[in-house]
Design a binder for this molecule. Structure first.
Ligand code: SAM
Ligand code: SF4
Length: 324
């Protein structure tokens, strides 16, 4: 198992497979995805070698992300390739829900068993304003389909935006009353690209926490290795509410994940200042030992926390580039 100098272990890899996205969320890609030269994203054979190395280092949970991972034509093949590895017991992906309804069964059959779907508002107009797409209903139907085809773990991501969707808690609570999903409020994060936006729309997740406590929701004790979300449950509700608050004091103590970008750079932290290129070690099977040694060695350099409070967002320009 990969362990760092602060005794944190890393069973979880977030793998971005593309920077391309078809949405233009105001906090992420407000002008849509802009092609940056002739960037080539990891090929399937490279992904297979990478995942094999991480699995041999103890990783058992993998999340495929992006950009929008499902815009890749070979998304299902990639999922199947990883899903066939028996060591990977949790294979998740994060999606904007585009075409989820039509493809949920196929993706479940490929071996994906957990899904995070982003839906920042249940109000169709607001959804359109945030994402640039009039698809709220379609995404909601996709969520229903994901539950129906047997995804074991369905989560809904909501980026909390001051004055935009901070008044919608009741709508999400109504939804989780009988639906067994976890809605996760994510505090808006400052990135290299979005300082003005961040200053205007950032709101502490305490805004949601206080309302939940008032309504009788209970904060669950965080289990070992559970990751940085704080979860709330209520006896009368089938689903749960999670808060992801990167600006909170102990956020990094629960860190359990490493990231690899779509061009094969290892990122020790979402907000880190270095990307460690691995792609040159993904070109043939006999490089596996060197690759594993390089990954293990890098853990010595993982910092105890990010420096967001100092305004240091690292080298990430926006989350589509690193993989959220
Ligand atoms: N395209 C997919 C999606 O939107 O779900 C996957 C990639 S997206 C970068 C992953 C998650 O990061 C989404 O839930 C998105 O809302 C969130 N995200 C993007 N930019 C963010 C920011 N600046 N602060 C907080 N969350 C952000
Ligand atoms: Fe695309 Fe996801 Fe970024 Fe929205 S948050 S622009 S869907 S990558």
């Amino acid at each position: 198992m990969l362990v760092d100098n602060y005794n944190r272990s890393f069973p979880y890899l977030r793998l971005s497979i593309t920077e391309v996205c078809n949405f233009s969320c105001t906090y992420c890609l407000p002008n849509g995805y802009q092609k940056d030269g002739e960037k080539s994203f990891l090929r399937q054979d490279e992904i297979l070698r990478l995942v094999n190395a991480f699995v041999e280092l103890g990783v058992w949970k993998i999340r495929i992300t992006g950009g929008e991972p499902t815009v890749r034509k070979d998304f299902t093949d990639i999922a199947k390739m990883i899903g066939d590895m028996t060591e990977v017991s949790k294979l998740a992906f994060t999606t904007n829900g585009y075409k989820l309804k039509e493809n949920a069964q196929k993706w479940r059959d490929a071996g994906l068993n957990a899904i995070n779907i982003s839906i920042d508002s249940f109000n169709a107009k607001k959804f359109h304003d945030i994402t640039g797409h009039n698809r709220m209903q379609e995404v909601r139907e996709g969520i229903e389909k994901a539950i129906e085809v047997g995804f074991e773990d369905v989560k809904i991501n909501v980026v909390l935006l001051k004055g935009v969707n901070d008044d919608e808690l009741n709508a999400y609570l109504d939804y989780v009353k009988d639906t067994p999903v976890s809605v996760r409020y994510i505090e808006l994060m400052q990135t290299g690209d979005n300082l003005t936006y961040f200053n205007k729309f950032h709101l502490s997740a305490d805004h949601i926490k206080d309302q939940l406590i008032d309504k009788g929701w209970v904060e669950n004790i965080r289990s070992n290795g559970a990751g940085p979300a704080v979860n709330f449950t209520h006896a009368d509700y089938a689903g749960s509410i999670g808060l992801i608050a990167p600006y909170s004091k102990d956020f990094c103590t629960g860190c359990n994940r490493l990231r690899v970008t779509s061009t094969g750079d290892l990122r020790l932290c979402l907000f880190g200042n270095v990307g460690i290129p691995l792609r040159h070690m993904l070109q043939s099977d006999d490089q596996k030992d060197d690759l594993k040694a390089a990954i293990s060695k890098q853990l010595d350099y993982k910092a105890s926390s990010h420096f967001l409070a100092l305004g240091d967002t690292g080298i990430m320009t926006n989350l589509s580039s690193t993989g959220g």
